[in-house]
Structures are given as C-alpha cells and as structure tokens.
Design a protein around this ligand. Structure first.
Ligand code: GAL
Length: 1000
C-alpha cells in the first residue's frame, strides 16, 4: 500500500466536457417555424457570471441569489460583451494538443434566466432548442439537470415538459474549451457563449416529429415530383398553387417551374398534421453528377462562389437577421451565384434567404482539425475511433437540420481535417440519409470519398492542367504522402475515378488586404474547360473586431490585439474578406462583380456580341442601354434591342452609327459604355447594373503639335523653367507656381500589401515561393539613394541626371529628367528616361515613377479623367471605367485593416489636385499615368499596423507612376502573373512624361 490519495482528477474519462457529444438531446430534425406556439428566450436580461476555470456547480438552486451577477444579452458571445477576451488562431490550437484534454484555464460562463410557463394552445410536450452554443454546455431547469451538448454551430433540443413549473429558472453552464474544441479549429476567432437563439417550443400532440421534402425536376419532361416524408398519421401536404393535396409519403408528378439559383422559383405549401402546420418552401430541382460534370436540372453549373463565415464586427457570430439579408443581397448584387458556408452550418435563417433569393449552397459541417498538422496529424480525430460518434453526430445534425433547403446542392463534411476512416463514415452517413446531393470534402485528395474533386489556392496553370485532365495524381504537399501510401491497385483505381470527377476551386482568390489580383485569369480558365466548375473566393468579410483607441478612434482588431501569445495567432490573417469588417465593399468586391458578370460583351467591328453566361436562364430580365460620353459627360444615349438569348448562348446586335463613327483623336475623351441592368426590382432595385463594357470611340491619330518651348531663366542659385523653379546645384524642384515643393524623386517603393508580404509557411504549403516584400528588402528597394550626377541647360531644357540605386549593390538606374516650359511658360513638361544597369531581372518592382511632395495641405480634392472611380492595379482592374471622377484626398484612401499600398488610379489622362477655390496643380499624361495622392508617405504607410497610426501630414504627396506592379494572391496562393510584374531589363530604356500646369 502506498500513501496515495487522488484529491482532484482533472481529466477522468467520464469528465463530461472532454466528451464531444450530447446527453439527453432529442433526435435531430428539420429546422422550421411552424404555427405551433413558441417562446423566445432571447433577452438582454440573462444573468451571467464568468469564472476563469471550471469551478464547482453552485448556481442551479432556484433561490440562488444572482443579483450581483452581470447581465448579458442572449444571443451573444461573452468575450464581446466585456467578459474575457477573444482569441484568434488560424491553424493553431491555442492549447497543448493532447486530445481530448483541455486547459485548466477554461473560461466558464454561468447563465441564469427566469420565465413564466408559457400557456400553449393545446396539449403536448415542451422542448427547448439552442441553435448555437460555443463550445459545450449543460442545462438545468428548476434545479433538475436536463442534459448537455457540444457542437457549437449546430442546434440541440431537450424535452423539458416534465420539469416545467409556473415560474421557471433555467441555468446554463457554458465552457469555452471542451473536447469539441478539437473539432472546431477553423480559422476564426474563438468566441464562446450562447450565440444563437434559445427557444422554448410547444410540440402539440400529433405534431410532426420530422419531415423530409423530396422535390425533383426532370428537365427532359419539365415535370417535378414531390414527396414529403413525415412520420405520423393524418399528415397532409398541400400546395395550393399546384392544386396538390395529398398524404405525406405520397408522391405526385406534375408540370412545374424548376428552382435554380438563377430563377429561385419556390412553391409555398403546408405540411399539416393534427397538431401543427409546417410551412414548406418547395423548390423543384435535381442535382446529379453525370458525364464528369456537376449538374442541376440537367445543366452544367459554373460556381461563381464565395466562402462566407458568419461574422459581425461587433457581435461576432451572433449575426442578426437584417445582417444576413444584407449579406445575401450583397452576394447577389455582386454577381455571385453560390456560397460555401465555411466552415460550419450557418444560421438556418441564412439558408431560408438562399432558397428565396437564389444561391447555390455548399453546406459545410462544423468540423476542422487543422492544428493537428503541427504534430504531423498524430491523434487526428479523422482517423481515430474515439471520435467516430462525435463526427457522425455532427454530420447527422447538419443534414437533418438543413435537408429541406433547395438551395443546398452539395454537402461538405468539413474543412482541413486531413484524412482517415471517419471521413468515409461521415460520407456514408450523409449518403444513407440523402442520396439526392453529392458529398464534398476538400482534404480528400485521392477522391476516395468526395464526389467532386476540389482544391484550395491552386495556381491557374495547375487548374488548367486539371481542366485538361492532365494533372498528376499525387499533386503536392500532403497529397504526395497520401498517394505514396496507396497500394498500386488502389492507386490505379482512384486515379481513374478522380480524373473523371468535376473540379471546383473550393477556395481561391485570397482577399486579404489589397487584392486578390488575377481573378480574370482564373475565370477565363474556368470558362474554357468543362471539367472546371468555378470556385469560391476566400472570403466574404474581414473578421476585424471593432475597437476604439483611448482617444476615441475606431480600428479593427486582429490576432495579437487581445494578448494572444506570439507564435500561436495568425495576426491579420483573420482579415481576408471582400468586405471590410463594417461591411463596406473593398475594391476587390467590385472587381469580382465585374469578373463574374453573367453577360459578356465583345465588340466586333460595327456589331456587338452579347454572350449569356447564365447556366439556365435567358436574359429577358435585363435591359440593354448604351451611352456615349465625352470626358465623362453624356452626349447621347439609347437602348439596344436585344433578341432573346438562351442560357450559354450568344447573339449579335447592330450598333447605332453614332457608336461606330470616328470623332476626334484618342485624347478627345470619347468613350461609350453598354450596360445590362435589371428590368424590374428583384434582389436589387430596378435598374441595378449587372454587366457593362466600355469602348473608346473610333478616332483618328493624335495630331502632334510640335511643342513650342519657352526659354528657361538662369538666376543666382536657381533656374526657372516656366512655372517652376529649380535649385541650380542639385536640380531640385523648389517651387511650382505658388506652391513649395519639398521633394521630387524617382520612387520604386510601395507599402507591401498582404499579398506582397505572403502567407505563413504552413504544413500544407511547403513550397510557397518567397514573397515580394522579403525580396524587396533584400534588394534595398526601401532605401534607394538618389544621387545627382549633373545639372545642365540643354537648349531651353533643364536636364538633371541621377543615378538611383541601393547601397551594397552595383545595380542602378541611370535616370534623366528633362524639364521644359511650354504654353508660354504656363506649363512644365517633365520627361523621364530610365536606363537600368546591371541585373534587375529577378525583381518585380513595386512601382516605378516620380514622387512629388508638395508643401501644402490646402489641396483637398482630386478631379481626374481616367479609370475610376476606385483604385486599380494591372491584375485588378476589371471594375474601373473611363470617366471624369472627383474625390477628396481622404476618400482617395482605401482603409485596409492593416495599412498597405492602396489608391492607385490607372490610365489617368489628367488630374486636377485643387483647393476649395479650384487652385492647385493639373497633371496631364503623355498619354496617361498612374496616380496616387496621399497625406502620408509610402514609408509611413509601411510602418503603420493600424489605420489609427496614420497621421495626416501638412503635405500633399503625389505619385505619378509609369508602372505599378500587379497584386496577385500570394498571401495564400499564387503571386503576380508574369505579365503584370514590373521587371526591368539592363540597358532597356523606359521613357515617360507628364505635364504640370498651375490651376487658378
Ligand atoms: C484555408 C482555410 C480557410 C482559411 C484560408 C486562409 O486553408 O480553409 O479557413 O484559413 O486558408 O485564409
């Protein structure tokens, strides 16, 4: 006998919160709101107490005094309501990977709430439903333990009939870390709490336990078949519009209009039992994989999709219905047709909206174990019998809850949980319940379990190989290892079957900060190869949490801002969406809208080809108009008469002669625009623009007026060239008109974007290429020295020669600036010639141009003719169009959550930078230039980590660029395509010029 006594066993096997499933939960069923009574327990009046660890349960007595506890609104996350802190991790678990054990420091939220027994209108049972609680909770009613559950983004119901009294005290203990946390390692904030609705439901006698709507569509006959399974007697299905009145379980086939994301035709019906009436939203459609393609109603579908997390910058995942509607409308209005509910089932209400407004939905299970990658996937739940029940339970709960949504066309088992036999069991579990939709799982690289083959962040070249079915079977990263474990027979079998499967880029276009660039290239490849069925941009919204500095400025927090230890969090990787955290659109959203536009115009001499890219519908819901503009002013406009265009067909229309007749020269600013707009309000107001294209009017060549130079004047220490004075020793521009010039020099630097910085090297991405930023720092592009070599008068020109280069290296740029006065001295022509010397070939330059720093802050507005109104970069310019635009310097800036290069305007023919009196500077292109105007320098922008760190100076800093490199998507994915990189060649001269003119 040893003298040993266990005083407290922290992780006994039976310790409930290390078991990832539920106790006493009711069988999962379809989510709906019937006419049976219900009582919402959503309220700001829940009492709440947070403990730093799991303390003994002491609060369930009915007469427990909770008056000193705080109040907390349900639904919400306590960490966003003044209790504790959010934690962001990307791949990592924020605790020791020792499943199923969790930390001793385990924030524990105790909740209490009282409610009067609801008076239901008939006899029956009473149940309580929690739609989402992160991550584990236990429930007591009037001191009686009712049950417990985990599975944060899934509902759970308990029968409380036998424990109700007149006055009820409900107590809930929510524990942040549980065994379930090992299954919920999605890239997002860890946000504990009761964050979705809590409802007490009457289940009248003879109500429907569950029901399953089967509504298929035979595109060859135009007939739909409806059958609603429902347990119980006396169940009737009625659909008045179709004159259907039949027993549940019966089936009927009749003429119907099909449901699709493009035309979301829903038939409203009712499932009636003796006890209740359940509304049915029936969409007839058939999903199948046939002849190597994913099809709906016979048609091959191209997903123009987006990955959407549930997120609100103040409320986290406790997203309200108005916000969900706003999201669905934003998604529709920006030409998406699909959503992947990354990486868990969203609120049921969101799916109702998808049914109603029309979106293809990939509904994903609440399952990710990415953090096991750091320990070489040892003990990964996907491959461990200890987790089978939990994973099947989650899968069933998703399918049961969501099975009646016509919008869901694909089930996804989860995300990034590597491989293992449980994946096969989950897939079979789905199929055995619902054979009408295919199953997807991205980490199933061999395609053993997934009906569709998908990848993330795949390079366009590789996608093209996949499109041609020429990809290698063992791909890259983990996939290689997985394939090497196969027997030869399995290898042959799986390779054959995977090659026959359709392909979806389940995540691509990583929208972190400025970017992604290069979407157009992806789209062109998707549209070229039938095997490729589009993809889903990563991701809808930045998850920055709204915070306020001590001096009252708003910023959006990301990883590390709440004290997450270095090495465990993903920094601003949580901000990688197309919307800023407050849901204002980023420039990339507009780019996506243009890339995804369902109608494509092509000009063919005097005709316009109109291609309908919808998979299923014609264009009769659109109006086609044109307008002719001169320098952005509408000169003439009209409508185009477009014949009916069937899905995926093209028609040709004649253009009015006014659009085909040459006028002026290329500098005359004549452009015409054709638009397709909604003919009647639907998910957007009448007139909402769906697609457009723009063309310059045919024109004659520019007539070259030989420039008449005005003499330059040499003073004591200065030289005057028209409106400008220069220092005669260094050739430095001192004044322009009445404005002091602090600096002007050749500029190569831009504040690295998230895509220049590149993503973390993760276990999945061993071969990520070196990011731009590191190459730029190594090359010293942030510390270019501008050495003056000579200042000369050549005829009436002032010629200043420089050598620009970085210390350590011999590579340099021989730069010649030639200044000439024109227009009788009112303007200054600046000619720039750059000859690179030595080897520059390995460098993509951030930018190449002239930075002018004006010593004034009175210039406040920019009016320009060029591409706009938003920013653009060579590989991110689909949304901008030629026009006359105006913005204040403040509005010019794009407030990326982590400050970085932004605001470049392309193809600017002229820009006036003026004060409130219209005085200032005009810059004219020769023929055009890239323009950026700021109150801070690129170096300040580089240093800032939050927008609140950017202090406006009293200068006006203008970049007039000859070139600006593309953006790419290297924060997670491919870098900038070669054709969008600014790369110099030794000895190859570049020349550009512009004119500066005083205004006012
Ligand atoms: C993927 C993952 C997403 C997100 C993205 C990077 O691997 O599925 O959840 O983390 O990378 O932002």
């Amino acid at each position: 006998m040893t003298d040993r006594q266990v005083l407290y066993q922290h992780h006994p096997a039976e310790h409930e919160n290390t078991q990832p499933w539920s106790k006493s939960a009711l069988k999962p069923r379809a989510w709906h709101e019937s006419d049976a009574d219900r009582l919402s327990l959503n309220s700001p009046d829940w009492r709440f107490r947070l403990s730093p660890t799991v303390i003994p349960v002491d609060f369930t007595a009915v007469d427990y005094d909770d008056s000193k506890w705080d109040k907390l609104v349900v639904p919400s996350h306590w960490v966003l309501n003044g209790h504790g802190k959010p934690i962001y991790t990307n791949l990592e678990y924020p605790f020791v990977v020792d499943p199923p054990r969790v930390p001793t420091e385990n924030p524990t939220g105790d909740y209490r709430y009282s409610f009067i027994k609801p008076q239901w209108s008939g006899a029956g049972r009473t149940i309580i439903r929690f739609d989402g609680v992160e991550s584990w909770f236990k429930l007591w009613l009037n001191e009686v333990e009712i049950g417990w559950s985990s599975g944060s983004r899934l509902p759970v119901e308990f029968d409380i009939t036998d424990h109700l009294s007149e006055n009820n005290i409900i107590c809930v203990r929510v524990i942040q870390w549980s065994a379930g946390s090992y299954l919920e390692d999605q890239d997002q904030w860890w946000l504990p709490g009761i964050f979705r609705d809590v409802t007490v439901l009457h289940r009248p006698n003879n109500c429907a336990d569950d029901h399953f709507v089967h509504a298929s569509y035979d595109y060859t006959t135009g007939k739909g078949t409806l059958k609603v399974d429902c347990e119980g007697e006396f169940t009737r299905v009625t659909v008045p519009e179709l004159n259907i009145d039949m027993h549940a379980g019966d089936s009927i086939t009749l003429d119907v209009e099909p449901w699709s994301a493009e035309v979301p035709r829903l038939y409203r019906g009712t499932l009636a039992t003796d006890g209740e009436h359940i509304p049915l939203n029936i969409g007839f459609r058939t999903v199948e994989i046939r002849d190597g393609n994913f099809r709906v109603n016979g048609a091959v579908i191209l997903f123009n999709g987006v990955n959407r997390h549930e997120f609100h910058c103040e409320r986290g995942r406790a997203v309200d219905k108005e916000t969900m509607l706003q999201d669905v409308l934003t998604i529709k209005r920006n030409n998406f047709n699909a959503v992947r509910t990354s990486h868990y089932p969203p609120s049921s209400h969101f799916l109702d909206l998808c049914d109603e407004y029309g979106l293809w939905v990939v509904d994903e299970g609440d399952y990710e174990t990415h953090g096991f990658g750091f320990v070489d996937w040892r003990k990964n739940p996907s491959d461990s019998p200890a987790w089978t029940d939990a994973l099947i339970n989650r899968t069933q709960r998703m399918v049961e809850r969501d099975k009646n949504h016509p919008s869901i066309v694909l089930w996804s088992l989860g995300n990034e949980a590597y491989r293992g036999f449980n994946i096969g069991l989950m897939a079979n579990c789905v199929r055995s319940r619902d054979s009408s939709r295919p199953v997807h799982y991205e980490n199933d690289w061999t395609g053993e379990h997934s009906d569709i083959w998908t990848h993330m962040y795949t390079w366009p070249e590789e996608i093209e190989r996949i499109g041609k079915r020429e990809e290698t079977f063992d791909g890259y990263g983990y996939q290689k290892r997985e394939v090497s474990l196969l027997t030869e027979a399995d290898r042959v079998r799986l390779e054959k079957s995977r090659r026959e499967k359709p392909f979806i880029a389940i995540e691509y276009g990583h929208s972190m900060g400025n970017g992604p660039g290069g979407l157009l290239e992806y789209q062109q490849i998707f549209e070229k190869y039938p095997r490729l069925q589009g993809g889903f941009i990563w991701e809808f919204i930045d998850h920055g949490l709204k915070q306020t500095t001590a001096d009252g400025k708003t910023f959006y927090a990301y990883g590390g801002d709440f004290g997450e230890p270095r090495g465990t969090h993903g920094g601003n990787f949580v901000c990688d969406g197309l919307l800023f955290p407050d849901r204002t659109p980023s420039p990339a959203l507009l780019d996506v809208k243009a890339v995804f536009q369902p109608v494509v115009f092509t000009l063919d001499d005097k005709k316009l080809l109109i291609r309908n890219k919808y998979d299923l519908r014609d264009l009769s819901h659109l109006r086609f108009s044109w307008r002719l503009e001169k320098y952005g002013e509408v000169v003439e406009q009209g409508e185009l008469d477009v014949p009916k265009v069937k899905a995926r067909h093209t028609v040709t229309v004649d253009l009015p002669s006014t659009l085909t007749t040459a006028r002026g020269d290329s500098k005359a600013g004549w452009w015409w625009t054709v638009t397709a707009t909604l003919d009647g309000a639907t998910w957007a107001p009448d007139g909402h623009e769906v697609a457009w294209a723009q063309y310059p009017l045919p024109h004659s060549e520019n007539t070259s007026n030989k420039a008449v130079l005005t003499s330059l004047k040499i003073g004591n220490d200065t030289v005057s060239v028209g409106p400008a004075t220069f220092d005669s020793t260094f050739g430095k521009l001192l004044t322009f008109g009445s404005i002091g010039v602090e600096d002007s020099h050749l500029d190569l630097w831009r504040a690295p974007t998230d895509n220049d910085i590149g993503g973390p090297i993760t276990p999945d991405w061993p071969e990520v290429s070196a990011p731009n930023r590191d190459k730029w720092y190594t090359a010293g592009l942030d510390r270019i020295q501008n050495r003056v070599d000579s200042v000369e008068k050549v005829g009436e020109s002032l010629v200043v020669k420089y050598t620009d280069g970085a210390a350590i290296y011999d590579r340099c740029l021989r730069t010649t600036m030639t200044y000439e006065a024109r227009d009788e001295g009112r303007s200054l022509h600046v000619g720039v010639s750059i000859i690179p010397e030595n080897d520059w070939s390995d460098l993509q330059l951030p930018r190449l141009g002239i930075r002018l720093t004006l010593d004034t802050k009175s210039l406040e507005r920019v009016k320009w003719f060029g591409l706009g109104p938003g920013e653009a970069y060579p590989d991110l310019r689909s949304s901008v169009r030629m026009g006359a635009w105006e913005k204040s310097i403040d509005e010019w800036q794009t407030p990326y959550v982590m400050p970085q290069e932004n605001g470049n305007r392309m193809d600017v023919q002229y820009a006036d930078i003026v004060d409130d009196q219209g005085q200032g500077v005009r810059i004219e292109g020769d023929p055009h230039f890239n323009l950026t105007v700021r109150r801070w320098t690129s170096e300040q922008l580089t240093a800032a980590k939050r927008v609140t760190e950017l202090e406006p100076s009293d200068k006006t800093i203008i970049n007039i660029d000859y070139a600006n490199s593309g953006i790419g998507s290297a924060s997670c994915g491919p870098g900038v395509a070669d054709k969008y990189r600014t790369v110099l060649k030794a000895g190859e001269a570049m020349r550009f010029g512009f004119v500066l003119r005083t205004l006012g």
